[in-house]
Design a protein around this ligand. Structure first.
Ligand code: FAD
Ligand code: PHB
Length: 396
């Protein structure tokens, strides 16, 4: 087999890259370890930045998103028993976020690729990358028909945190920056109508809690918990009690209770691998960087990376210009580090740390008071939450 760009991973990064390349007349093949059903049902992100929504709509994969996505003009922050609204429309101005589940984005992209005759191989195994620092890189893998090889011009490592692409780069060529957090999130999906129109981030002495939603019938909620939390210790009634306690404020608001459809523990860490390129292999999305979910940025950052990569590859195939490909890592990393900073800051401001003392606790409350009380500080949060401008692309 032969293609122009071999893509490992059918997550948001890999599928969006394949879609954008197709629109520029560039061929690609996507290889995915799991089944189509598995990737279309995997419960993950839900908050789309305005720029992500615009891209999906402008490139023809936004029809369902426009019908079913829930548009939000703000979020709420709760602390010290009070709730405060951050009004994005007013502060950004006019920009919003949309709640639309990641697995729905995945379904839309897979359908668009297959309708356009695109090649996605599901359930592949033993993926191995070869010849990264030569002009003839290749991907080896195994499927139901046996050993396969795809010769490519370029490779895109879009295989998430635990994929093979990042590890295919010699360790001496890569610098990895990491931060672990001493807590995780217990996440649930519940069959209950969202009792608030907007996401609510609650700071509480028992730990952080987040209220979000997926549809007019389904709520998505999270509780700060231990990294090794045992879900067996969390019967449904305990989860609802804890959610109500941590979200309590003087306005008396409570999440609506309903059957819990899914429970999981979600780890939290920050990671950046630099540079995001080695020879003809380009890393994108979670394969290159991970953010804690508090800023709702992971999927958006994955999409931002592949926008830059697709543009650079299009320029290469159109005119032979290599400079945009050479700048890919530096262009992406400027945004990546700003998003890392924002995600770390939201996480640090809202969670309870075992090591914190009275000083730290009061400093957190002062920060929340400042963020909700100062227009300058609220604007900074809002500007980051709706998504920073795509600087690398504007310069082209
Ligand atoms: P992935 O989605 O991880 O896709 C990688 C793909 O590669 C997977 O399908 C995997 O099966 C495949 N793969 C791995 N190894 C191989 C291999 N060897 N061969 C072939 N295929 C392979 N982000 C947001 O923007 N907003 C949010 O609100 C948000 N909330 C989140 C909530 C939760 C609970 C979690 C877990 C994450 C959340 N995120 C959020 C983060 C977001 O889901 C990820 O950042 C996003 O999925 C990254 O996309 P990706 O394409 O880079 O990687
Ligand atoms: C979600 O809806 O899953 C969600 C919302 C906001 C976050 C993280 C996750 O910060």
């Amino acid at each position: 087999m032969r293609t122009q760009v071999g893509i490992v991973g059918a997550g948001p990064a890999g599928l969006m890259l394949s879609h954008l390349l197709h629109l520029s007349g560039i061929e690609s093949v996507v290889l995915e370890a799991h089944t189509r059903q598995y990737v279309e049902e995997r419960v993950r992100a839900g908050v789309l930045e305005q720029g992500t929504v615009d891209l999906l709509v402008e490139t023809g994969v936004g029809a369902r998103l426009k019908r079913q996505g829930l548009l939000h003009n703000g979020i709420k922050l709760s602390f010290g028993g009070k709730r405060h609204r951050i009004d994005f429309q007013d502060l950004t101005p006019g920009r919003t976020i949309t709640v639309y589940a990641q697995q729905e984005v995945i379904k839309d992209l897979i359908q668009a690729r297959l309708d356009a005759g695109g090649e996605i191989h599901f359930e592949v195994s033993d993926v191995r990358l070869d010849g990264l620092d030569t002009a003839a890189p290749a991907i080896h893998f195994r499927n139901s028909r046996g050993e396969q090889k795809i010769a490519c011009d370029f490779l895109a490592g879009c295989d998430g945190t635990y994929g093979v692409s990042r590890d295919s780069i010699p360790a001496r060529e890569l610098e990895v920056f990491e931060r672990a957090y001493p807590f995780a999130w217990l996440g649930i999906l519940a069959e209950a109508p969202p009792a608030s129109e907007e996401p609510i981030y609650s700071h509480h002495e028992r730990g952080f809690a987040l209220f979000s939603m997926r549809s007019p019938q389904i709520t998505r909620l999270y509780l700060q918990c231990a990294p090794d939390e045992d879900l067996a210790q969390w019967p449904d009634a305990r989860i609802w009690d804890e959610l109500c306690t941590r979200h309590a404020a003087t306005d008396g608001w409570k999440p609506a209770v309903g059957p819990i459809l899914q429970k999981s523990v979600i780890g939290m860490r920050s990671m950046v691998a630099e540079p995001m390129q080695f020879g003809r292999l380009f890393l994108a999305g979670d394969a290159a960087h991970v953010v804690p979910p508090t800023g709702a940025k992971g999927m958006n950052l994955a999409i931002a990376d592949v926008r830059v990569l697709a543009r650079a590859l299009a320029e290469f195939y159109a005119s032979g210009r290599k400079d945009l490909l050479d700048q890919y890592s530096a262009t992406c990393l400027r945004r990546v580090w700003k998003v890392q900073r924002f995600s770390w800051w939201m996480t640090s401001m809202l969670h309870r740390f075992d090591t914190e003392n009275g000083f730290d606790h009061r400093r957190q409350l002062a920060e929340l008071d400042y963020v909700t009380g100062s227009r300058a500080a609220s604007m900074s949060l809002a500007e980051n939450y709706v998504g920073l401008p795509m600087e690398g692309l504007l310069a082209l």
